[in-house]
Design a binder for this molecule. Structure first.
Ligand code: ADP
Ligand code: MG
Length: 360
């Protein structure tokens, strides 16, 4: 009997050891395709299987809730019910849609989460991408208006979303990766991770500093040669870097490049002389919404918007209710002529590999 219990004890110790070992052993960084893009997290010496499992489960849940390519996602159900009824949604979905609507208001509709009908007819990044007729574009434009999204909220943060007119549809592709990066950062914080890099298809968060206390170097692709050396390098800690560019998702027809950032005034890919716009700040949901926004607005209006945000932040009142605008927001623009313009706040942070940036 004694022998038996000793054996059991030995086996339990072995098992406990195994479980402990498999949870706490530091593993390689993890990469998976989620939300239609390559997502990588590297938590360095804190990167265990258990941690990566938790982070990637969160990403898959976000994809399941938000993807318009999954017919059962909450967002798809809202779209399906457009013009008919208010659809119950989780607090996560309500938060992201409410935030998207705030950015729509802030940007005068340059950023508009009801861009769905336009995204559909262009089909960019699908096997049926094509230039739609002017008639199709006009019909889609008539369905786009962020003011026609009606929200209601319950005490627990969940609520309902109603799209007022039939045929309207939400597309949160311009903001959801930023939300996802913030969610992962929250998990990293809760698990006392010291340092990590989150890369959701170029939507970057650098968490903490490097092991020796120095800053991370974050590269931004050269839009003219995306596979080559980065055009920009930013030295940062605890920051997000989000870029919207013409090289991410596009097709070429008759020598013209049609990319996936759409101007909700013209109904076509935004043409403002930019190849890419990058936002640097603390909140990835803000950076994602704003990188898309300033790309559509162009350099001049984009810079003016950031100045307005900064003035409002300094005054302490304006935009206080918009998630992500509590800390400074900076931008870098790469223009078609190759010139680089950046916010003054990035002096000493931004390095341009080919040329000299103009700080404004
Ligand atoms: P990426 O997906 O490459 O990170 P962005 O964050 O700039 O790029 O988002 C582009 C996506 O946002 C498009 O694929 C589409 O889903 C959506 N979108 C396109 N134009 C707009 C717009 N004017 N306002 C809001 N969302 C948009
Ligand atoms: Mg974006």
């Amino acid at each position: 009997m004694k022998y038996f219990s000793n054996q059991v004890a030995a086996i339990s110790i072995l098992l406990a050891g195994f479980v402990f070992f498999s949870c706490s052993q530091v593993t390689e960084p993890r990469t998976e395709m989620v939300m239609g893009t390559v997502c990588t997290v590297n938590a360095y010496s804190d990167g265990t299987t258990k941690l990566y499992d938790e982070l990637f489960a969160r990403l898959h849940k976000i994809e399941d809730d938000f993807s318009v390519n999954i017919s059962t996602s909450q967002v798809s159900v809202v779209n399906e019910a457009s013009g008919q009824r208010a659809v119950p949604v989780s607090s996560d979905v309500l938060y992201v849609v409410r935030t998207a609507l705030k950015y729509a208001e802030l940007t005068g509709g340059a950023f508009d989460p009801t861009v769905g009908p336009l995204v559909k007819i262009w089909g960019i990044n699908t096997d049926h991408a094509r230039v739609p007729s002017q008639q199709e574009i006009s019909a889609a434009l008539a369905l786009i208006n962020w003011r026609d999204v009606v929200l209601s909220e319950n005490d627990d943060g969940s609520g309902t979303i109603m799209l007022r007119r039939p045929g309207m549809s939400l597309d949160l592709g311009g903001i959801v990766k930023g939300y996802a990066a913030d969610e992962l950062t929250a998990i990293l914080k809760a698990r006392n991770v010291k340092r990590a890099i989150v890369d959701l298809g170029g939507n970057i968060y650098v968490f903490g500093t490097k092991k020796d206390g120095s800053l991370w170097k974050v590269g931004v692709k050269d839009p003219s040669a995306p596979e080559g050396n980065p055009a920009l390098v930013l030295s940062l800690a605890n920051s997000t870097v989000v870029t919207s560019g013409v090289y991410e998702r596009f097709f070429i027809q008759n020598g013209v490049r049609y990319h996936h950032i759409l101007d909700t005034k013209t109904g076509s890919p935004a043409r403002t002389g930019l190849l890419s716009s990058t936002i640097v700040c603390e909140s990835s949901i803000a950076a994602d919404a704003l990188s898309t926004s300033v790309f559509v607005l162009g350099e001049e209006k984009g810079m003016a918007l950031l100045q307005e945000i900064e003035d409002g932040r300094a005054a302490g009142t304006k935009f206080a209710e918009v998630p992500g605008l509590h800390a400074r927001v900076s931008a870098v623009f790469i223009s078609e002529d190759g010139s680089v313009t950046a916010s003054k706040s990035l002096e000493g942070v931004l390095q341009v590999n080919n040329g000299t940036p103009v700080f404004k």
